[in-house]
Design a protein around this ligand. Structure first.
Ligand SMILES: NC(=O)c1ccc[n+]([C@@H]2O[C@H](COP(=O)([O-])OP(=O)(O)OC[C@H]3O[C@@H](n4cnc5c(N)ncnc54)[C@H](OP(=O)(O)O)[C@@H]3O)[C@@H](O)[C@H]2O)c1
Length: 288
């Protein structure tokens, strides 16, 4: 059985990934308390001992506000830690998949959807550090796969971390019967975490390089929220509960996922993915 090692095992993505692949691969997850990626010696030692075929590097400081407020922490985990994992992957000749972010496109002057070779100019710490990590990893290991992910969504599960995400944020507001505001001048893809997880296996043998990974869509976040309301059976609650907001600075983070598609890895649109998530969880807030 081929062996996968995944970092950040207690995280939103990794905890679901481990369960999903546990019967098809020999999957070993290392949580922060077991492996601190900022410690190079420990990282190389633990990863070499495990001797995986594939490493999915999911550990990070993923909260953009935390990165902004604590750039040293972000630098040490999101840049140095990521490069440490690449050094360890190199030491045991494992194929590395690194989870980067669409936030690298956040300072782009033009309009999305962006392609992987478009110029990037992130202005936030998280985006800048992901970009630096991408370059550091690919310099060390040109066959590494770098995935620029869009905002992931999912619903709570037993013993698994749930992060702030479009679908769960709306569900929480609705359960509290609170109105929820979403910006009309914010364009971005959102991706169902299980669609990404399912596709990771298909990426193990891609040529090294950068790939945008996730669902495309041309809806603004307010329109996406409307899709979530409908998928939750709350169509008749849109009027009182879904509010329009405006970002001070309009944002366009849309990605083109055509490079992955040309390599046989396909994502559904964000709208389809939202409906799939609700169907998977049989989730509805419709009042009978
Ligand atoms: N979720 C999204 O929407 C999204 C979008 C784009 C890209 N990404 C990227 O995808 C990856 C997975 O995201 P996620 O949502 O699963 O993030 P997450 O829930 O925050 O998980 C990240 C994990 O990394 C661990 N970690 C932090 N510092 C560490 C260190 N020094 N050594 C080892 N582990 C450490 C954290 O453990 P502690 O909490 O115990 O510190 C946490 O369990 C991240 O690289 C993220 O940047 C996520």
């Amino acid at each position: 059985m081929e062996k996968i090692l995944i970092t950040g095992a207690d995280g939103f993505f990794a905890s679901r990934f481990i369960d999903y692949y546990r019967y098809r691969y020999d999957v070993t997850g290392f949580a922060h308390r077991q492996l601190d990626i900022t410690d190079l010696n420990q990282t190389v030692k633990i990863i070499k001992e495990s001797n995986p075929d594939y490493i999915v590097h999911a550990a990070a400081v993923s909260d953009t506000t935390m990165c902004q407020n604590n750039p040293e922490l972000s630098q040490s985990v999101n840049v140095r830690g990521a490069v440490n994992v690449a050094k360890a992957a190199e030491a045991c000749n494992a194929k590395l998949i690194f989870l980067s972010s669409d936030q690298v496109y956040i300072g782009n002057a033009g309009q999305g959807p962006y392609k992987e070779d478009d110029e990037v100019n992130p202005y936030n710490i998280y985006g800048m550090h992901k970009l630096t990590a991408e370059a550091g990893i690919l310099e060390l290991m040109p066959r590494a796969i770098v995935l620029r992910l869009t905002w992931l969504f999912g619903l709570p599960e037993r013993n698994k971390k749930i992060n702030s995400n479009l679908v769960w944020n709306i569900a929480k507001s609705m359960m509290r019967n609170q109105p929820a505001g979403f910006p009309v001048n914010d364009l971005r893809g959102v991706t169902y975490v299980y669609e990404l997880i399912e596709n990771i296996e298909k990426m193990f043998h891609l040529p090294g390089g950068i790939y945008n990974a996730g669902s495309e869509n041309d809806l603004n976040v307010h329109e996406l929220a409307k899709v979530v309301f409908k998928a939750m059976g709350l169509e008749n609650r849109i009027e009182p509960l879904l509010l329009k907001e405006f970002r001070d600075k309009p944002r366009d983070l849309r990605i083109s996922n055509q490079k992955l598609k040309a390599n046989g890895v396909v994502f559904s649109s964000s709208e389809t993915a939202i409906n799939k998530c609700m169907a998977d969880f049989s989730f509805s807030l419709k009042q009978s």
